[in-house]
Ligand binder design. Structure first.
Ligand code: PMV
Length: 311
């Protein structure tokens, strides 16, 4: 059995702003999707979903991916596929892209193909494009390469930077699934109505990303956290937040986070907090008592890789 893992992602800054040509910053986090392949009769099994039936919506992603591999590398022998993912679905952490990337690597390894990471990213992005509406490609890039990614107007730049080792992200799931397309449309409509006011908000969003990169370079975590909270305020003003996201932002700041914001489309999905490792554990216990599910995640700077199979 050949197994590969790929990390999830969070958007640290710039979601929504990026839709109107401003920069954004994403980070791969050490929460993984694992894909294993084994010679078999073409069955797909997910630990979370059970057997993935051939005519199901979920199967479409796997078919698209197998097709994309076929187009580049020729016919595949018959495999069974096993998926096991710790990444919450439909919450903005890129679970589908991480599965696609991990599975592409496992399939190409099993085929004995000659490939590099860019091949993996391209194949996974092809598959994502056929099942999701206009994916920006940030999820597949981060799942493939890991680390910090600056992107603007469709161009991606990997940053050779790291967060200090004692710093984690606490990722709180609102449990509210939302449609990215709907929130994007509402935010764009509001920004159009706001006119010049929106221009100021969007250019503040851009300044935040540039200052955030500098604060990571200088390891100014207090400023980085503050910028996150300000970014949340701007997203709130554009209508991307909701009561649940706001309550979690307040809770995280009260629990010692340097800063907090919604991450991804908003109005549900996840809220992230920048926090020290020591405070993270206490905060997680309290959040649990408040009824919120959370993950303490460190960055992943490696990206997709093969792992030992458990059998
Ligand atoms: O919800 P996510 O993580 O897929 O993020 C959406 C990010 C937006 O900027 C709101 C939309 C986009 O396509 O960039």
């Amino acid at each position: 059995m050949i197994c590969s893992i790929a990390p999830a992602k969070v958007l640290l800054f710039g979601e929504h702003f990026v839709v109107r040509g401003k920069p954004a910053l994403g980070l791969a986090v050490a929460v993984y999707a694992k894909a294993c392949v084994h010679s078999g009769s073409g069955k797909i099994f997910s630990r979370q979903l059970g057997i993935v039936e051939k005519d199901s919506k979920k199967h479409a992603l796997f078919s698209a991916l197998i097709n994309a591999v076929y187009e580049r590398y020729g016919p595949l022998p018959s495999f069974d596929i096993y998926i096991d993912s710790d990444i919450p679905m439909a919450s903005g952490m890129g679970s589908s892209a991480s599965i696609s990337v991990a599975l592409t690597q496992a399939l190409l390894t099993a085929l004995g193909a000659d490939f590099n990471r860019e091949d993996i990213r391209i194949i996974a992005h092809e598959a994502e494009k056929s099942v999701h509406y206009k994916p920006s490609g940030v999820d597949t890039s981060l799942a493939t390469y890991g680390g910090l990614l600056y992107y603007k107007q469709g161009l991606f730049r990997r940053l050779n930077l790291k967060l200090p080792e004692n710093i984690a992200l606490i990722i709180v799931n609102t449990g509210i699934e939302r449609s990215t397309g709907e929130v994007v449309r509402d935010v764009l409509n509001r920004s159009e109505r706001l006119g010049i006011i929106a221009e100021h908000i969007y250019s503040a969003g851009e300044n935040i990303v540039e200052k955030a990169v500098k604060s990571i370079e200088s390891e100014d975590i207090v400023l980085l956290g503050e910028l996150m909270t300000v970014n949340h305020g701007l997203l709130w003003s554009l209508g991307a937040s909701n009561k649940s996201c706001d309550e979690i932002v307040y809770a995280l700041i009260n629990l010692g986070a340097y800063g907090s914001k919604l991450s991804g489309a908003g109005r549900g999905g996840i809220v992230i907090g920048l926090i020290s490792m020591e405070s993270a554990k206490v905060a997680q216990r309290t959040l649990n008592e408040m009824g919120y599910k959370s993950i303490i995640a460190t960055p992943d700077y490696i990206g997709v890789r093969n792992v030992q199979s458990e059998e």
